[in-house]
Ligand binder design. Structure first.
Ligand code: 9Z3
Length: 335
């Protein structure tokens, strides 16, 4: 995309992307950690889900001062990871650094900051010189105990493995490497691709080494299209075995279903969850190939009443439905 708004065909296939763009420096270590996590859960006979979450940055300089970003806070991914744990999955949570994380998300919002419900109290044992203690306000105690218990249980049982990315390049390298590690799970692997991944990037070879100077007037940057990695993910990296759920985000609701169908036709995976930017917390649409294999698609809406916001999260219903479909997918191979 150029700043004039015109688009040109990208030259980057997935193959040429990985051949020309450098991997993140910590990739090998991250992959080894994922391998250990996967091995443990394969041995335990547990299904594993990869949840991607948050936005990606697109740096404009090698010594990066400026970058493009997007709106995603990682709410969908972090919330969904908790419900996947509840459904018995081991979870690889691959998220944008500093975006929301499962469990801590309940307290990291400016609307619910944890410092507001902690109290400083004097330990009564030693009179005025007693050490100070931290306590939780009465009202917040029960919900905190519930979140903390789930958090501790997930960690003690080694059910949650966290990976971090920042740039779209980090994301692309990690996704390929993790999917290659998950391949041993065959149909037992589920992909839940909720990260908001940039469609455009600046290849390393076109980046300015130092901070772009402002003295030259307006800035014109031509970006290349990020390769459509769902295609190799579905057919090569996962050998067509994994249950793959991608998300489609639109701001024009009339485009949701057609764009989701187009993605399924192009990549041949199992589900596209369509969501509109403004209504995404209250309704989503599942679009999937018809069971009759007649080239048609079926759509199923999940909706919740906004008045239920304080007691219910739409991700709960999304994950129940996906876990059900994933079981069917696994059973298909057995029958
Ligand atoms: C989504 O559609 C996610 O549901 C959101 C969640 C990013 C809207 P938040 O993090 O938001 O809770 O604030 N993710 C995928 C978006 C995306 O980039 N999809 C691509 C597209 O629409 C296809 S992979 O073209």
């Amino acid at each position: 995309m150029s700043t004039t708004g015109t688009t040109t065909e990208s030259n980057f296939s997935a193959e040429s992307y990985y051949a020309t763009q450098p991997p993140p420096s910590n990739l090998d270590q991250e992959v080894r950690n994922v391998r250990d996590f996967v091995r443990k859960h394969v041995n335990a006979g547990r299904n594993v889900v990869l949840v991607t979450s948050g936005g990606t940055t697109v740096p404009l300089e090698l010594n990066v001062v400026r970058f493009l970003d997007n709106f995603s806070a990682g709410t969908r991914g972090a919330t969904s990871a908790e419900y996947f744990l509840k459904a018995g999955y081991a979870v690889i949570f691959m998220h944008r650094q500093f975006s929301l994380q499962p469990f801590s998300r309940h307290y990291s919002h400016s609307t619910h900051p944890f410092l507001d419900f902690l109290e400083i109290e004097q330990d009564g044992s030693g009179g005025g010189n007693s050490p100070l203690r931290i306590d939780v306000t009465e009202k917040e105690r029960a919900p905190l105990l519930e979140v903390l218990t789930s958090y501790k249980n997930a960690h003690t049982a080694g059910l949650l493995h966290t990976l971090t990315f920042v740039t779209v390049n980090d994301y692309l390298w990690l996704l390929r490497a993790v999917s290659q590690e998950l391949a041993v799970l065959g149909r037992r692997a589920l992909y839940y691709l909720a990260a908001a991944v940039s469609d455009f990037f600046l290849p390393r070879q076109k980046m300015s080494e130092h901070k772009i100077q402002s003295g030259k007037g307006s800035l014109h940057i031509e970006m290349d299209q990020v390769p459509k990695i769902l295609k190799p993910l579905v057919s090569e990296w996962t050998h067509g075995q994994a249950f793959i759920v991608s998300f489609k985000l639109e701001t024009d609701p009339s485009l949701l279903v057609p764009k989701a169908q187009q993605a399924l036709a192009r990549y041949g995976h199992q589900v596209v969850i369509g969501n509109d930017l403004h209504t995404r917390k209250h309704q989503v649409v599942f679009v999937s190939p018809s069971a009759d294999k007649d080239g048609k698609y079926v759509e199923a809406w999940i909706r919740m009443d906004p008045s239920q916001d304080s007691i219910k999260e739409i991700e709960e219903d999304i994950i129940v439905e996906l876990a059900r479909r994933h079981r069917t997918w696994i059973d298909l191979a057995i029958s």
